[in-house]
Design a protein around this ligand. Structure first.
Ligand code: TXA
Ligand code: MG
Length: 349
């Protein structure tokens, strides 16, 4: 398939390209578009045939529901009811990286919700995304625009890598602002529950519901008998080609441990990648070092995480050793993705 690519900026939008891409959505095709979290692979959420194509192209498991993206605050057509708490969250955090799980209305096909009676819904803050949705005049179902299992795309070049030739249109913008996927909050029971941590942190959500809590399944290593409420959270994810190991604990001990491990790998002829930070990178004696940015700026670390994981693929390393981050604020989302990319292979020092 020929993929049309159009690159623009949020500050200099190519309305012609967006119009063309919206025509693709209207006739049931696939359009990749930027959002502030990660790039999305979009189709008309109300068209089952179009939505099926998303699953095929990504190689996505059938039981993993999609998030629908809207450009209008009035979501009453798509959901059965809007609890008071949902109104508060929408008012405070939309447009932005927060997905609400609500009871779906009949207009949303079960293909989109993967058989569930609920639907994830969010309004992205990225203007290109919102213009595309507005112009398409339908909600757009969009998972991250990567092949299932790979790190989510935060730059248009990652999307071209994974999906070039497999979709009708790629709209490119700046690299993603947040860099990890939206926070998912279940609003179908009394207290809101975080199913996936993201840019809207638990500390921020506490201002709306002081009893907000994490779904237990995201706090620990997935076990067979423990089903996360977000089906997608049970799959191996964000995985570069080489296995990832996280070294966790006091920073000085972390550096010493990584140096020791690097030496052992090199002695057995293995290529090692090190996921470091600006403050620590100079302490590593050998290995292929990628810095995620400064520890002083946790937002940058999040922004660079997925691109760094992809960089190690290009470096063709056999193993990746990563430093850890404190699990507070945005750090909770970063560690959640890092642990999943490592398949929970964590070495405590
Ligand atoms: O930031 C984002 O949310 C990005 C951009 C493109 O908007 N999208 C994204 O979609 O991350 P995806 O498909 O990669 O992840 C969706 C997650 C999955 O873990 C899925 O299981 C969960 O949302 N999910 C979707 N609908 C759900 C529902 N009704 N109940 C529980 N979990 C749901
Ligand atoms: Mg994804």
């Amino acid at each position: 398939m020929e993929t049309k690519v159009s690159i623009m900026s949020e500050y200099n939008i190519d309305y012609e390209a967006i119009k063309e891409a919206s025509e693709v959505i209207k006739i049931g095709g696939l359009v990749v578009f930027p959002t502030e979290t990660v790039y999305g692979l979009g189709a008309n959420a109300l068209n089952e045939e179009a939505v099926k194509k998303i699953f095929e192209v990504k190689g996505r498991p059938q039981d993993n529901p999609l998030i629908i993206h809207v450009s209008d605050f009035d979501i009453s057509e798509y959901v059965e009811e809007i609890p008071e708490i949902a109104y508060k969250l929408i008012h405070k955090f939309w447009p932005g990286p927060l997905t609400l799980i609500l009871k779906k209305s009949n207009i949303i096909p079960y293909t989109t919700s993967a058989g569930l009676d609920t639907i994830g819904i969010r309004m992205p803050s990225n203007v290109i995304a919102r213009e595309l949705i507005r112009e398409s005049k339908v909600p757009i179902a969009a998972p991250s625009a990567n092949i299932s299992g790979r790190p989510s795309p935060t730059d248009v070049k990652h999307c071209i890598e994974d999906l070039g030739g497999k979709v009708n249109y790629i709209l490119g913008g700046e690299s993603s602002d947040v860099g990890v996927e939206s926070t998912i909050v279940d609003c179908t029971s009394e207290n809101i529950c975080i199913l996936r941590p993201g840019g809207i942190t638990i500390e921020m959500l506490k201002e709306v519901d002081k009893n907000v809590y994490y779904d237990k399944a995201i706090l620990s290593k997935p076990k067979d008998n423990f089903r996360p409420k977000a089906p997608g959270m049970k799959y191996r994810h964000y995985a570069p080609k080489a296995p990832v190991k996280i070294i966790c604990g006091d920073l000085q001990k972390t550096i010493a441990k990584i140096n020791e491990m690097v030496q052992n790998y090199i002695d057995s002829n293995k290529r090692v990648g090190i996921m470091a930070t600006d403050e620590t990178r100079h302490y590593y004696k050998s290995g292929n070092i990628v810095s995620l940015g400064s520890r002083e700026n946790i937002d940058d670390i999040g922004k660079n995480l997925f691109a760094a994981l992809r960089k190690f693929d290009d470096m063709d390393v056999d193993v990746i050793l990563s430093e850890a981050f404190e699990e507070v604020g945005f750090g909770a989302a970063i560690m959640n993705r890092l642990k999943k990319s490592a398949g929970f292979d964590i070495i405590q020092v």
